[in-house]
Ligand binder design. Sequence first.
Ligand SMILES: Cc1cc2nc3c(=O)[nH]c(=O)nc-3n(C[C@H](O)[C@H](O)[C@H](O)COP(=O)(O)O)c2cc1C
Length: 455
Amino acid sequence: MPTPLRFSAFVMNTTSHILHGAWRIPDARQTDFNSLQHWIDLVKTLEAAKFDFVFFADVVGLYDDYQGDWKKFVDSGLQIPSNDPLVLASALASHTENLGLAITSSILQEHPFDFARKISTLDHASGGRIAWNIVTSLSKNAWRNFGYDDITRHDDRYEWAQEYADVVYKLWEGSWDEGALLQDKESGLHADFDRIHKINHHGERYRVEGPHLVAPSPQRTPVLFQAGSSPAGRRFAARNAEAQFIVSPTPAAAQTLIDDTRRLVVESGRDARDLKFFQGLSFVIGSTEEEAQRKSVELDEFIDPSTIIAHAAGGLGFDLGHHDLDTPIGDIDTQGTQSTLLWLREAVPDREPTVRDLALLRSRHGRVVGTPEQIADRLTEWRAAGVDGINVINATIPGSYVEFAEYVLPVLRERGLAQEDYVDGTVRGKLTGRDRLPDSHPAARYRGAFADVPA
Ligand SMILES: Cc1cc2nc3c(=O)[nH]c(=O)nc-3n(C[C@H](O)[C@H](O)[C@H](O)COP(=O)(O)O)c2cc1C
């Protein structure tokens, strides 16, 4: 039997996340995103289906202007309004027992001291089920929202992210030794001063004295996700991440990306298997192939290509709204998503890709259409390419997940491609077999590192 694939549900606390226009489908309930009950119902559905994670994407600003301004985003609900996912997490934790809660948080939005504290609190509250998707924010508006004149250059953002990660690693891994919290009612000693340390971080961007205010949580460091595939993004993932979200056009392209990144993982002193890869896919399921194809055409009738372009263009760092659909996009200098350009070139290898290619690719890319058996065949190919998990993109919430759970997962289980049940314990334990980061992870070097620093 193969190793089962992992499944995460890719959602955002907003109406229109990826498949823009799909919110207009009559049974689409993603318009209810302001309702806490909407999310509680979803995580219960996911947990009943043995999904590994609910993965909340997030942004802290609008995408870059489309046709000169931001009206398009408002008109089409493109990630505005959007609510903070972190605020949902403790409520979702209290309604689930096994589901991993993966939260996107940008290095821009919270000071690392405060972020580390919130995450540790949530990791306690959820019994060790928190994951953090580390992002650096690729829109200029996001950077201006936090007081910067402009976006920091692409590779420099990853350097910044590395310092941010180092600060939180120091707090999570190095500030408290094991057993420091005593709560000894007899002696009256609450915690052991000798086993709690200030971190005294003095870096280029942050100064943090410590100690961490939260005692070690079940995982200490949350499971670390990352989603950039540019050379700098891959290096960052290879060093830091335990799971990388990828959006490869084909299993063969995924295999190349995975092999290359795993090589970098080994170069950074980690085990190649310590980084897992989750491919983003959406599913249109039919009882026959004809039915599935018909449903896919029906979905296309709702998909809104200009909003797809506005979203893609925002991440690229230039305004595609001013360009004709047949304009080649290759020569444009951008500080945005390099991986989208690489991906576009892989998908259209024989000529210069155009704006139209980008819209088509974004809306149909990663859409798997077929019967449950055909879908299982396709997932077998992704598995064989080295993919560890699938990040399930929705057309409708909860419909896409309800259908996937009802029709596809049973077939995958029969083939050993989906887990039968959860194992107990933390979400890192479920994913890797251990609750804490391995010694080879860069965060582990901070364990015990501050013991000799004078208080
Ligand atoms: C599947 C996936 C999910 C992502 N989710 C978010 C997100 O929620 N918030 C965000 O700011 N960026 C998100 N990104 C953007 C990445 O964090 C990263 O900035 C982007 O891929 C550019 O990195 P690169 O140039 O190294 O490829 C996501 C990217 C991918 C591929």
